[in-house]
Design a protein around this ligand. Structure first.
Ligand code: NAD
Length: 479
């Protein structure tokens, strides 16, 4: 049981100004595993004020990029030291199988810090360009955009925090982080590691709370930029608030990505990778390919393969290394996923794997579920379920598969499966989505990640992810 009595604001641990607490429960045991103080509005005011002071402080603002990069590297060193414990903490809070948490929540945040430390070191802050009219030159400068409000969800809490924190630090921006109530404990570990690494006071501040605290933070007058990952519904509200305030905002939102299985696909390879590509983190991953589009000629073969894999996955204790599918993050979310399964049946789709809870006396588990004979216009084929529920749809020609893949409000991830890589690249080019994998799917931190359409605005990762935390200035010179 982890009990925190203080908040990390302005480089100090101090009690919250209100008495409210946030309790965290294990989704597999349903037991209480920790509690933290909830930040109130006055705490958010303090956090933003501390971040504003840090933005101008000599201790942070006057650091040259090399020294900032060295601090970021030291932060990464601190995170390496407790990598296994941090991965375990994510598993305990959100039920992520530990075999996924170790690379995705343990290692990846470290890799992101190292990557952005290197960019910070090597990317020039100023660049002198000849003027177009030939009369002198222009000095183009990158400056920190200012105080960042980072609001993150519970599904990959540490990594999605680091998608924002690492480039923000590299750009020179202080951050006020609002973690999700379901997974608030790891944010305290990140803050402690940053503190040990010597990240100056006010450069990272953590305000635990729910949507109300998030809403207050993103519209706060002391914030200069908002970076949000979460649902499309909340993203729209945040986007509206930022639009009114003319505040730059990055929105990483929901998805309902497609896997196009071409006529010449190696279905065994799809089956082998399905758990990672379509069911990662028990389906609680924004980019997973949950709509599988199969050529009519091979439809039954694909349905059998997908259902076979789904039915064979080990569901259970997320801390057991053999577990492939853990619980849903909360009982409320489990109910939502189950309601979609009931809806699928009611819509006339055919259940070919899973379909409900496994026989356990506790934990918010849902068995991996596959529907065949699904109508492309049905709700289970169109809406984000965010659980281990897949639909398999038939198509006649590849053009129809591309049209079906693109007939979605979302455009975040996706995969194409073919033995002809050039054909795969061609298909990937035609998909309206921010990222597509050919015969696999794996995020590349050195390349941009983000959504088309309702899946978001802007990009994280890569140098593009750093640019989102920079403000550009042109200084005109007559020589
Ligand atoms: P959510 O939108 O309910 O909450 C996300 C975070 O935003 C939480 O910290 C929450 O407290 C806060 N929040 C909620 N409403 C807010 C508001 N109006 N103003 C400010 N803050 C607010 O999402 P969730 O259920 O925690 O996460 C699941 C969703 O996140 C899914 O839709 C998933 O696809 C999406 N997601 C997207 C990506 C991506 O990179 N595109 C990655 C992971 C998850």
């Amino acid at each position: 049981m982890q009990v925190h009595e203080s908040l990390y604001l302005g480089g100090e641990w101090r009690p919250a100004l209100d008495n409210a607490a946030i309790e965290v429960r294990s989704p597999s045991t349903e037991q209480l595993i920790g509690s933290v103080p909830a930040a109130g509005r006055a705490d958010v005011d303090d956090a933003v004020a501390a971040a504003r002071r840090a933005l101008r402080s000599a201790e942070w603002a006057d650091l040259n990029p090399d020294r900032r990069a060295a601090l970021i590297d030291r932060f990464a060193d601190e995170l390496v030291a407790d990598l296994a414990d941090r991965a375990r903490l994510t598993s305990e809070q959100n039920g992520m199988p530990i075999s996924i948490a170790l690379p995705a929540e343990g290692q990846l945040p470290v890799g992101l810090l190292r990557y952005y430390a290197e960019l910070c070191r090597t990317r020039p802050v100023e660049e002198r360009r000849p003027r177009l009219d030939g009369r002198g030159s222009t000095l183009v400068r990158r400056e920190p955009v200012g105080v960042v409000a980072a609001v993150v969800p519970w599904n990959f809490p540490q990594t999605l925090t680091m998608f924002k924190l690492a480039p923000a630090l590299a750009a020179g921006c202080p951050v006020v982080l609002k973690p999700s109530p379901e997974t608030v404990l790891d944010a305290f570990e990140l803050a402690a590691a940053a503190d040990r690494a010597g990240i100056p006071p006010g450069v990272l501040n953590v305000v635990p709370g729910g949507a109300d605290v998030g809403e207050y933070l993103v519209a706060h007058p002391g914030v200069d930029k908002v970076a949000f990952t979460g649902s499309t519904t909340a993203g729209r509200e945040i986007g509206e608030a930022c639009g009114r305030l003319l505040r730059p905002v990055t929105l990483e939102l929901g998805g309902k990505s497609a896997a196009i299985v071409a006529d010449d696909a190696d279905v065994a390879a799809l089956a082998q990778r399905l758990a990672g590509v379509s069911l990662l983190n028990s389906g609680q991953t924004c980019y997973v390919s949950t709509r599988i589009l199969a050529p009519r000629r091979r439809y039954d073969e694909v349905v059998d393969a997908v259902a076979g894999v789904a039915g064979s996955l080990t569901v259970g204790d997320p801390l057991d290394r053999a577990t492939q599918i853990g619980p849903m993050v909360s009982s409320r979310h489990r109910d939502r996923v189950e309601a979609y399964i009931e809806l699928g049946v009611a819509e006339g789709a055919k259940l070919v794997a899973g379909g409900g809870r496994p026989e356990t006396d506790r934990g918010w588990f849902v068995r991996p579920t596959v529907f065949a004979g699904v109508d492309a216009d049905s709700r289970i084929a169109r809406e984000e379920i965010f659980g281990p529920v897949l639909v398999v749809l038939p198509y006649e020609e590849l053009d129809e598969a591309v049209a079906l893949a693109n007939d979605s409000d979302y455009g975040l991830g996706g995969t194409v499966w073919t033995s002809d890589v050039e054909k795969g690249i061609d298909l990937a080019r035609r998909i309206e989505s921010g990222s597509v994998g050919v015969n696999f799917y794996s995020l590349d931190p050195a390349s941009p990640f983000g959504g088309y359409k309702d899946s978001g605005v802007g990009r994280e990762l890569g140098p593009e992810g750093l640019a989102a935390y920079e403000q550009l200035k042109s200084i005109y010179l007559s020589h």
